[in-house]
Design a protein around this ligand. Sequence first.
Ligand SMILES: Cc1cc2nc3c(=O)[nH]c(=O)nc-3n(C[C@H](O)[C@H](O)[C@H](O)COP(=O)(O)O)c2cc1C
Length: 224
Amino acid sequence: MHHKILHFPGMLRSVRYEASLAMNPSTPSNEAPGSDPLAIFLEWHKTAVERGLPDPDAFALATATPDGRPSVRIVLFKGLTDGALRLVTNYESRKGEELARNAHGSLVFYWPALGRQVRMEGRLERASASESDAYFAARDRESQLGAWASAQSRPVGSRAALLENLEQVRARFRDQAVPRPPHWGMVKLVPERVELWLAGQHRLHDRFAYTRDGAGWRIERLAP
Ligand SMILES: Cc1cc2nc3c(=O)[nH]c(=O)nc-3n(C[C@H](O)[C@H](O)[C@H](O)COP(=O)(O)O)c2cc1C
């Protein structure tokens, strides 16, 4: 099969890419940026938020079927507590059904302007009902109604049908607090492996793989 190559988009943008390298002067000594990768992740995320980068909370979450067919989508970071990262979603969505049957998950954050990537792999599980309740209660009312109105990942006939669901839900919960739908809540990823990636000069990027080792982490530098 012969494919005609029209252009190499990355080459046009290498100047912009080089600019992010200025963010990462931190590893000339060949040392990993710290012993706790989750603390470093939180620092990097904070930097992304403080600099006003677009969608600093967005990350790609991969799940898989029991026979290992992967699927991936963007979701939002909702915090990190007791060594587990949080997101919220519909438990009956495609991802929800996959993680219920195969708990292995994988995720990646990328902040281009920082020249930094964070990957995590580990167990996916539902957070406690009380934690999901507390988070849901703090959402604005329209988002709460939306969680009832949308059977995420199921076919829906039209946008009008979706809006009609919303109006039905609005009528159902008129003059009362909206309870959390049983199919909606927090999911935790408990990382067993974390990889920190920093853009480096000459494409010789810095990579540090952290693997859970008892209460701490074993660290290895990886070739880029
Ligand atoms: C920027 C962005 C943020 C998103 N945040 C979430 C989220 O926090 N939770 C969620 O369930 N879906 C979120 N979505 C939608 C998902 O990408 C996806 O369409 C949805 O969860 C259904 O995925 P699934 O069918 O694989 O379960 C977001 C999409 C984008 C583009």
